[in-house]
Design a protein around this ligand. Structure first.
Ligand SMILES: O=P(O)(O)OC[C@H](O)CO
Length: 437
């Protein structure tokens, strides 16, 4: 029997523990390292703008075009629809009018009556020989069963799922298409915040006693052709075939000035954030913001507080207790303190989920589209917003906002201070993931 010498090393009793520890450390370090290489921890840049021209100064729109990559175009306003019944009826009517093509891009769909009616209208048109192309976000439409898409493709529609999970680029899954657009024959476009879901009829499970607050805008003219191009861009990026022979010449003398801001999914800079910041800094009388998910970053909050301090009427219309993402609401409410203290009005819609997205600046500028006021819309999603100086559209939005305020509760600072500790805990937890909200 050999004896261990005095100087020989002691073997650890449980070497597997050492390996387990090392393995766990590697499991933590490797993803962190990959996130680091991807720039996930980079410091966000604050856009430091000064002396932004007023809305009356024609340099304002030129600066919007340049700084926020906004394309100028024209259109004619053909509809402003409020609420699920009007919005879905307008979409079905537009689909039935199509002669040549229907292109639809959206983030969110769920099974139900609205989705079935939508499919039935598309199937009828595809069967008639109309080109039907659907580009749906793979994540946001994940609850729709395969046989739904199968029925559409059997009828001749083309369906593409935007950004399916790819294990070779897992982080890409964070960037979604959040655009919402329906283009008919390249001549007509409907743009609003609604997905295709019975949720918009009101969901008693989340406390809704009315349909969701939402609107949609319809245009004809050159804007439709431009939007067809944006649709085809993502279609091509997603691997779809683009046949430009189908693009029709525009038959229109529409002259409503419109500016299209396109946000590409990325982890760095944001045309949408630039658009909002420029607009807020140009405001002299009012900044009225509507957004279900209102998670302002520090520069946005500072810009709104500065505006309030120079005498601008700053109001935010957002979701109240009836909402589909309580954790986002609580996280959002954790950020309200300095805004309320500065006198910004934050009003929570009461009857149901408030889902409309808009910004009204003075009486001369408005922006609507798919973008929420949150980091997800700023930095992670594909978004499309339409801004305008067109008075009739601004008046529609003005009336929409005023009427929604009548059914909203505007928070006071002391109410906000006395929110429950359970809400605070959930909100602070949500804020840990603020950059992804
Ligand atoms: O991200 P939004 O604003 O399109 O809303 C989608 C919601 O998840 C609808 O419940």
């Amino acid at each position: 029997m050999s004896k261990r010498g005095r100087g020989s090393k002691q073997q650890p009793r449980t070497p597997w523990l050492k390996w387990l520890g090392a393995g766990l450390i590697m499991l933590l370090l490797v993803p962190l390292g990959l996130l680091y290489l991807r720039g996930a921890f980079r410091q966000s840049v604050t856009y430091s703008l000064a002396n932004v021209p007023s809305l009356e100064d024609d340099r304002f729109v030129r600066m919007v075009m340049g700084l926020s990559s906004s394309l100028p175009t024209n259109g004619e306003l053909i509809g402003f629809w409020i609420g699920a019944d009007a919005i879905y009826a307008a979409r079905l009517e537009a689909i039935r009018q199509a002669q040549r093509s229907i292109q639809f891009e959206t983030y969110y769909m769920t099974p139900g009556q609205r989705a079935d009616e939508f499919a039935a209208a598309l199937i009828e048109q595809a069967t008639n020989g109309v080109t039907v192309q659907l580009l749906v976000d793979n994540h946001g439409t994940g609850s729709i069963p395969d046989d739904y898409w199968q029925r559409l493709t059997n009828a001749g529609a083309e369906v593409r799922f935007f950004r399916e999970f790819d294990w070779r680029a897992p982080l890409d899954y964070n960037s979604r298409t959040h655009r919402k657009l329906l283009v008919i024959d390249g001549q007509q476009v409907l743009i609003g915040g609604a997905g295709v879901s019975d949720d918009w009829d009101g969901d008693p499970d989340i406390g809704d006693v009315a349909p969701w607050l939402e609107f949609e805008v319809g245009y004809t003219g050159p804007i439709a052709s431009l939007m067809e191009g944006f649709f085809l861009q993502n279609w091509a990026y997603d691997g779809g075939r683009v046949d430009l022979a189908q693009a029709m010449p525009i038959q229109s003398d529409a002259d409503v000035p419109l500016y299209i801001t396109y946000n590409a999914a990325s982890l760095d800079e944001s045309a949408i954030r630039m658009l909002f910041q420029l607009s807020f800094m140009a405001a002299a009388d009012r900044i009225w913001i509507g957004s279900p998910y209102f998670v302002p970053d520090t520069p946005t909050r500072d810009t709104l507080i500065d505006a309030k301090e120079r005498g601008v009427d700053v109001r935010v219309l957002t979701m109240g207790e009836s909402n589909d993402k309580p954790i986002v609401r609580f996280a959002s409410r954790e950020l309200y303190g300095p805004l309320l203290a500065a006198g910004v009005e934050i009003c929570e819609y009461q009857p149901s989920m408030m889902h409309a997205k808009l910004a009204l600046i003075d009486s001369g500028w408005a922006s609507t589209g798919s973008a929420n006021f949150d980091p997800r819309s700023y930095f992670h999603n594909d978004e499309l917003n339409v801004s305008t100086t067109y008075p009739p559209l601004i008046q529609h939005l003005d009336r929409f906002f005023v009427s929604a305020l009548e059914d909203s509760h505007c928070l006071t600072y002391s109410e906000w201070q006395s929110r429950s500790w359970t809400e605070i805990v959930q909100g602070r937890f949500g804020l840990l993931f603020k950059d992804l909200l």
